[in-house]
Write a protein that binds this ligand. Sequence first.
Ligand code: FES
Ligand SMILES: [Fe+2]
Length: 420
Amino acid sequence: MSQAVAARPIAEILHWPAEGITRVPLQVFSDAELYAWEQDLIFRGPTWHYLGLEAELPTAGEFITTSVGDTPIIVVRRADNTISALVNRCVHKGSIICYQSKGKRERAHNFVCPYHNWIYDFDGNLTAVAFEKGIQQKGGMPPGFDKSQHKLIRLRVETIRGLIFGTFSDETLPLRDYLGPVMVEHIERTIYGKIRLLGRYSQYMHNNWKLYIENSRDNYHPSLLHAFFSTFKINRLSADGGTKQDDRCWHHITFTKRFTDKGDAVYDSGMIRAQKEDYGLKDPSLIDQWMEYPDQITSCIQSIFPGFVLHQILNSLATRQIVTRGPEACELVWTLFGFEEDSEEQTYVRNKQSNLVGPAGLVSMEDGMIGGFVQKAIKGDLDGVAVLEMGGTGVGSQPTRATETSVRGFWKHYRELLNV
Ligand code: FES
Ligand SMILES: [Fe+2]
């Protein structure tokens, strides 16, 4: 599907600095025309978008509603157990068809538009039009009206380890090829069991969607912005860790091995915002974790272009999905999960550690705020540029987290898709 709505060609809107991916024009975080192009070339372009978890649709007829960029989507499990994703927009006059966030339709022909009651099946076929033949031999649709010519737009759908992805484009690579082996391996490592849902919430952020995506790939900030991390030595750059990317550098993983932290004079120097004293929590059970993974990784963030994040922070596991809400706002949808085989105690630990993440989390709250700081500050200077030179000027995996390589990777693919 392609429907460029921007008024001008991108080349007239945006001039990327000559330095390339080490510079980001601040204009990209608020420009309305560029935002329209992104909807067309990124969200409806050759990219995969996380739609939800299979565990949210355990039986046939169950559905959730979500969005890909600005486009509303229905995700439903068919009778044959496969998953269908449809644009949630009536072909009559464009109303939202399904306005519930989740539910179950007992019959297949049962997505009924609230406006004039046109009805669709799980494949998006229009199966009934109210008063199609008129009433009392008067009115109705013309004899040539053919319902089969009016369908909801369907997305291609693929799944991996219970994660559902959809794409609008026929050109998008098959999901596993799009992810690449490094990303596939990490998803399969993190989601090693049958997913059990623990909770879901969303947060509205007063910043452009890309400011959050940059943040999720920015492994340089956690021990600096998040005082909780550095104070309680959960995530410091002085612990073993690194940054991995796929061969094309579209996606990213950053990881930490918490118990390898040997301390570092930099954290004790007073030059950065970390506690010199050996602080402890009165109730340390909040950060008690069991070593869940054989690779000894205690925290990792995986970010899939453009808007999906999978996290393990201690034993807290979650998906995060970015939803665009105009040039200067976005929504982040969090789904916390564990596994069917978890013991009661393990579920308790996961739930307790969910206090670290999410909009009010002891760690994540700063991420919900920092994008707004940037958005406010750049308003006055749209000719400015951001500087991304930590860890060099290129992209690719590095055996450190003191790098912005993955943020540069995001901009590399962004520029490829927008051709800027
Ligand atoms: S807008 Fe949906 S039936 Fe008219
Ligand atoms: Fe953060």
